[in-house]
Design a protein. Structure first.
Lengths: 182, 747, 307
């Protein structure tokens, strides 16, 4: 069985936000919903000695996902391949998952009253053997998607050969499956 | 199986189209059935974008059938700017416009008809062809602000512009006033990949841009002072013995004069002028000169600094020459024009414009480089050497501010009609208030556009244009590359939209130019251009489907085989005889920023801060896309950038609305405090207007409210004497907080 | 569209408050029934059940899809599901227990039933009084909530407001002697305890283990919550009632009860809203602050299509 993961190379990301738009347009999200913001950290320091990092965010498809545990209806689920998703018909919009998610990865759909989130474009892309939209659209190839249990995969290689690899808020024991290279 | 659409169903065709929102023209695969687009994505086989699409690329289908698009020819019904339109047929539009143009030509001469263009997202050879046949020399673009003066200076010095950078084996890349991290994303991906392999990257920019954040060295130069930096670099390279003497002695003329000329331009001399420490200046010069081969990538910034622009471009050109970073592997390549396909210039029929009419080209008496005097001379030289000339549409333009002046003052002669194609001059040309007044003063204003922009709102006719996916596209770097990349239409234009080619052709035929417009469709015209490439194809579409690209084999050291360079002396003319002939200094003389505290102390008292405008920000392009919610959401308000220390001096906090004022006027944008900009410098976003507001005159979508071009200067004395580029950067301004009383529309 | 919609709001705070208060009331009723065999106050028991029901009602209203509310019983692993079950049982048990003291109802005076109901009330009452605190405490990314302290704070406030509610009931109708004699003193004790543990809580957080916690507490000590917290909750909702509870006078004790209840309500609101302070990821706060709020003109614009 595969275990999907994403590697984001912040050394390459230039903060153009194309992934944000690609996600919104292709997943036909209402205008106020963003699954994958790209934040700008910095410029940090004092002119002219500054640095700046762009940080693409999305659902971390955690190994230990608090949202799935907290969902009172069972709408939040995790597939065997690690993809965390929301079964819309079951969601009552209690926002518990929004509150427990440390990554701000979940958003309410004001029209439907439900909570939605990144599901790695499972239906339209991953299950069709394609990469998620945010990965395809990235000119900088800053996002790499794949099966981290496959030793021949690019994600496995990047995570295991890059010295500067980190995950966000690892100390919360969520075991995120999105890795950042810096 | 996709749940949204079945792309494998019968009758689905995959079209190799391209995005048309900037001139990168990223490849797209478009799935079409029965003339309707089901789906599209970035083409992973396209060499530049390899499947990638930026923010704008992703909204192609939203753009294609957006509610606000102009879909039918419109004729003004009420007063100018009243927003009252009558829908007419194309036949009526062409006929009426043709009649009016004839009348104007009869009464005032052909030169009373001018055309304004925008970015190269039109088939401007067709426009030029029309204008040449019509007899007017007064076509113009924003090209003065975007590469064209650089191209012409470099062509004067080396015989062609070395815009083709051979990054693969390069060891150093200088990004001079360019921010590919936001503006040319496909290029940036190459840079970061190579950087990982050891490429040194130097970014010269007053702002700590997305690209500067990835650089090995950031040189935060004072806006408009690039010339001092370039001269100091030359000084360091020569006086520290870092020049490539073998190359210089064998292939260049004027090195000794240069050596004497730059003696005084030491890094210490440049330090107070550029605001960059002499050490950093030295470090940059050494990095470029010692990591060979290296590249200097062109950026728009230097084209937009006004008066010192030409000298700066010259000095920058010299840097390549003295380091030998020209036409060798890993350096900047002098490809020359294509010998194989029909270039844009060859489609223009420039020979049809008489000497008499050429001489009337507005601004050509003052600014000679990118008008007929300079272009004519350079074209003559390049034709002799390469057999071809640079594209006249771009490289040989009326001087836009001079045209707007002529409209307003009838000096030196009246200009009565303006045909605007793919631009919104109110927001895109310098000194917006003047431009706006000029547009209102015209007898006839025609706008070809996708949207009812502020300019379109003032027009007598607005014509609906075919855009992305609705037109075939040849991408060839303003018609100056030796390669081409081709894309096809995915669908025929929706509603009654036409390509600009059809517009110029129909208008031309109406005005008796029928014999000169043999191609019924744009595909026919394109086929004419590529048919001799030897691919054995029967149509343009067939070429796109089977080949799509034509990349000639890369040749290095062409000057060795060809016996020199395309200059009068056959050498690289550091000391430029062409510039001297035109009456300009043959070596770059130091010219300070357009407005500065040394030459204008009184001005600096009132306007103490340095202003830079004109840089692009995602997700917009020039003045486009403010009406597309999906993009606007990301950046819904204009922001000016300012260092926190400077902001504190003026009591300005993050998120405050701030007036930015120059001698020309004031605009407001929201404060963004950042350590990524030099203290004392203000950066404003370009292009802003508010399509959601009342679009009728005088509100015109708030087109002057946050529009950086209200601040810029087009005064003759602020323009580059060679090319006439006006000043978007290196100006002086003051700022103050917007009071709540004048904040009615700060949503 | 505004960011507020992305976090819990006042309805959930009211739910926590009502459910906590009601649950504590049932807990006390159950204890009285089991260990003393007395009825604290019929009105109080019924009010307890109704309060929990009010809380549950507000919880339903807070949902994005209220008509699908029954689905919250579905995931036994989720605390919210556990809480929902307990609230439901508590409401039924409370109503039955309360009505069993009213002659009108057929089950009036069945002592065995009352004992069973009392056991249910004690168990579910304790759980409902505690679980909101547990729920919040487990939010690792909400630094103000995270940690066992929140459990104690919520349970304390539930117990205090429960006692106060009985005192108020006793004020407006008849109640068992203990409500008049014992409860004010217990309430005063809890006020004192509440005062101390809140200071302790903030102090521990502010000298906390992570910078995030320190930042989260700043809102309470110097930020926009400082005044409501200090004046509203600590002084008027805790210290003043503490003093008034100790004055053996019906009116002052009644007022103390009301103040303590209002204090508890205020505190729940402050706590729930402080959940907005998620641990921001690098650059995230600025990013979100620059997004549109939802009322911008460009979002409202309707174009007329040319056809």
């Amino acid at each position: 069985m595969a275990r999907y993961a994403m590697v984001i190379d912040t050394r390459k990301c230039s903060g153009c936000q194309s992934c944000t738009v690609a996600c919104r347009v292709n997943n036909e999200l209402p205008i106020d919903m963003i699954y994958n913001p790209v934040t700008t950290h910095g410029p940090i320091g004092k002119f002219p000695h500054v640095r700046m990092v762009h940080l693409p965010l999305l659902c971390m498809h955690c190994g230990n996902s608090p949202c799935v545990d907290a969902c009172p209806t069972g709408a939040s689920q995790q597939r065997e391949d690690g993809i965390v998703w929301v079964e819309e018909s079951k969601c009552v919009g209690c926002k518990t998952c929004i509150m427990v998610c440390p990554y701000g990865a979940r958003v309410t759909n004001a029209k439907k009253g439900t909570v939605q989130k990144c599901n790695f474009c499972k239906d339209e892309r991953v299950d069709q053997g394609k990469v998620p939209w945010c990965v395809q659209t990235c000119h900088q190839k800053a996002r790499v998607f794949g099966d981290i249990e496959d030793k021949d995969s690019e994600v496995y290689r990047l995570v295991n050969t890059t010295k500067t690899t980190g995950r966000l808020l690892e100390e919360l024991d969520t075991e995120p499956f999105v890795y950042y290279l810096y | 199986m996709s749940t949204k659409f079945d792309l494998e169903q019968e009758g689905v065709e995959v079209k190799k189209a391209c995005c048309y929102f900037c001139h990168q023209n990223c490849g797209c695969l478009v799935y079409v059935k029965d003339g309707k687009i089901l789906h599209f994505e970035g083409d992973t086989d396209y060499p530049t974008n390899t499947g990638g699409l930026c923010c704008r690329g992703n909204v192609n289908l939203i753009h294609l059938d957006h509610e606000a698009r102009v879909n039918f020819p419109l004729k003004r019904k009420g007063e100018k700017g009243s927003g009252e339109w009558e829908r007419i047929t194309w036949e009526q539009a062409i006929d009426e416009i043709g009649t009016k143009l004839e009348e104007i030509r009869k009464q005032y001469g052909a030169e009373a008809v001018a055309t304004a263009g925008g970015t190269s997202r039109t088939d401007d050879w067709a426009r030029r062809r029309f204008m040449n046949l019509f007899g007017s020399p007064n076509g113009f673009h924003n090209s003065h602000l975007c590469w064209i003066p650089t191209f012409m200076i470099e062509t004067a010095v080396y015989g062609w512009s070395p815009f083709e950078i051979d990054l693969g084996t390069s060891r150093c890349l200088v990004l001079w006033g360019q921010n590919p991290g936001i503006s040319t994303l496909p290029e940036m991906s190459g840079v970061s990949a190579l950087k990982a392999k050891g490429l040194k990257v130097i970014v010269i920019d007053p702002r700590f841009t997305e690209t500067a954040a990835k650089a090995d060295l950031w040189i935060p130069v004072r806006p408009g002072s690039d010339l001092a930096l370039a001269l100091a670099w030359i000084n360091v390279i020569i006086y520290e013995g870092l020049a490539d003497y073998e190359f210089v002695y064998e292939h260049c003329v004027g090195f000794d004069e240069l050596t004497a000329h730059v003696e005084e331009f030491t890094p210490e001399w440049a330090e107070p002028l550029t605001g960059v420490s002499a050490d950093i200046i030295r470090e940059g010069a050494r990095m470029y000169a010692t990591n060979k081969p290296g590249n200097i990538q062109w950026g728009t910034a230097v084209d937009q600094i006004g008066k010192p622009a030409g000298a700066t471009q010259h000095a920058r050109a010299i840097l390549r020459a003295i380091t030998g970073n020209l036409d060798c592997p890993g350096a900047d390549l002098l490809t020359g024009p294509s010998k194989e396909f029909v270039t844009d210039e060859e489609m223009e029929l420039n020979e049809y414009l008489s000497e008499e009419q050429r001489a009337k080209q507005l601004g050509s008496d003052k600014f000679k480089l990118v008008t007929w005097p300079g272009y004519g001379r350079i074209a003559e030289i390049t034709k002799k050497y390469w057999g071809k000339a640079p594209t006249a549409e771009w490289m040989c333009e009326a001087h836009p501010p001079s045209v707007y002046n002529a409209i307003l003052t009838e000096d030196p002669y009246p200009v009565k009609a303006l045909l605007v194609s793919a631009t919104n001059p109110v927001n895109s040309y310098g000194e917006s208030k003047k431009v706006l007044a000029a547009l209102k003063a015209l007898d006839l204003l025609i706008t070809c556009d996708y949207w009812l922009t502020p300019t379109a709102m003032l027009s007598d006719y607005v014509l609906p244009m075919a855009g992305s996916f609705e037109r075939p596209t040849i991408t060839s770097t303003y018609g100056c590359s030796d390669f081409l990349m081709c894309s096809q239409r995915a669908i025929q234009p929706m509603y009654e939209r036409h390509t600009d080619f059809e517009f110029w052709r129909d208008l031309g035929i109406r005005l008796g130019q029928k014999e000169h417009w043999p191609w019924e469709t744009l595909e026919d015209a394109y086929f004419y251009r590529i048919k001799d490439l030897g691919y054995g194809v029967e149509s343009y579409d067939e070429f796109v489907e089977f080949y799509r690209f034509h990349f000639p084999e890369r040749e290095y050291f062409k000057y060795k085989e060809r016996g020199g360079f395309a200059t009068p002396s056959g050498k690289i003319e550091i000391y430029s005889s062409v510039l001297e002939e035109l009456g300009y200094p043959p070596l770059p003389q130091y010219i300070p920023p357009v407005e500065n505290e040394i030459d204008h102390p009184e001005l600096a008292k009132e306007y103490p801060l340095v202003l830079t405008t004109g840089a692009g920000v995602m997700p917009f392009h020039h003045s486009e896309h403010f009406n597309i919610q999906e993009l606007r959401f990301i950046r819904h308000e204009p922001h000016m950038e300012i260092n926190p220390d400077t902001a504190a001096e003026y009591g300005i906090q993050e998120g405050d609305w701030v007036w930015i004022e120059t001698r020309r006027g004031r605009i407001k944008q929201k404060a963004s405090l950042t350590e990524g900009i030099r203290p004392g410098t203000v950066f404003t976003e370009r292009g802003w207007w508010y399509p959601e507001r009342d679009m009728r005159d005088p509100e015109l979508g708030g087109c002057l409210e946050s529009n950086a071009n209200v601040l810029t200067s087009v005064a003759d004395e602020d323009c580059d004497p060679m090319s006439g580029s006006w000043a978007n950067r290196g100006l002086l301004c003051k700022i103050y907080k917007v009071q709540s009383s004048d904040r009615k529309e700060d949503k | 569209m505004s960011q507020k919609h992305e976090t819990w709001g006042w309805m959930l705070a009211f739910d926590f408050f009502f459910a906590g208060m009601g649950a504590a009331m049932l807990l006390f009723a159950g204890i009285a029934e089991l260990f003393v065999g007395s009825n604290l106050s019929t009105l109080g028991i019924l009010a307890g059940a109704v309060f929990i029901a009010c809380g549950a009602g507000l919880l339903v209203l807070e949902l994005g899809r209220p008509f699908q509310a029954l689905r919250v019983f579905m995931n036994p692993k989720a605390i919210l599901t556990f809480g929902a079950w307990n609230m439901s049982i508590a409401i039924v048990a409370g109503l039955l227990l309360g009505t069993s003291w009213i002659e009108l109802f057929p089950w009036f005076g069945i002592v065995g039933l009352r004992k069973i109901l009392a056991i249910l009330c004690v168990i579910t009452g304790f759980i409902v009084a505690t679980y909101p605190g547990v729920l919040l405490a487990r939010h690792k990314s909400r630094p103000f909530w995270n940690g066992p302290g929140m459990m104690v704070l919520f349970l304390t406030s539930s117990l205090l407001t429960g006692l106060a509610a009985y005192i108020v009931c006793g004020w407006v109708s008849v109640a068992a002697p203990a409500v008049y004699a014992l409860f004010p003193q217990l309430a005063a004790g809890l006020c004192a305890f509440q005062f101390v543990i809140w200071i302790g809580y903030l102090w521990i957080k502010s000298s906390g283990t992570t910078a995030r916690e320190v930042a989260a507490v700043r809102r309470w000590t110097t930020g926009n919550y400082a005044n409501p917290f200090r004046v509203g909750f600590m002084f008027l909702g805790t210290v003043v009632p503490l003093a008034l509870f100790l004055i053996p006078n019906g009116v002052s004790i009644g007022i103390a009860g009301i103040l303590a209840i209002l204090g508890g309500l205020l505190m729940r609101n402050l706590v729930v809203y402080s959940g907005q302070d998620r641990t921001w990821l690098p650059g995230e706060e600025k990013y979100r602050s620059r997004l549109p709020h939802g009322d911008e003109t460009f979002l409202q614009k309707v174009w007329t299509k040319q056809i």
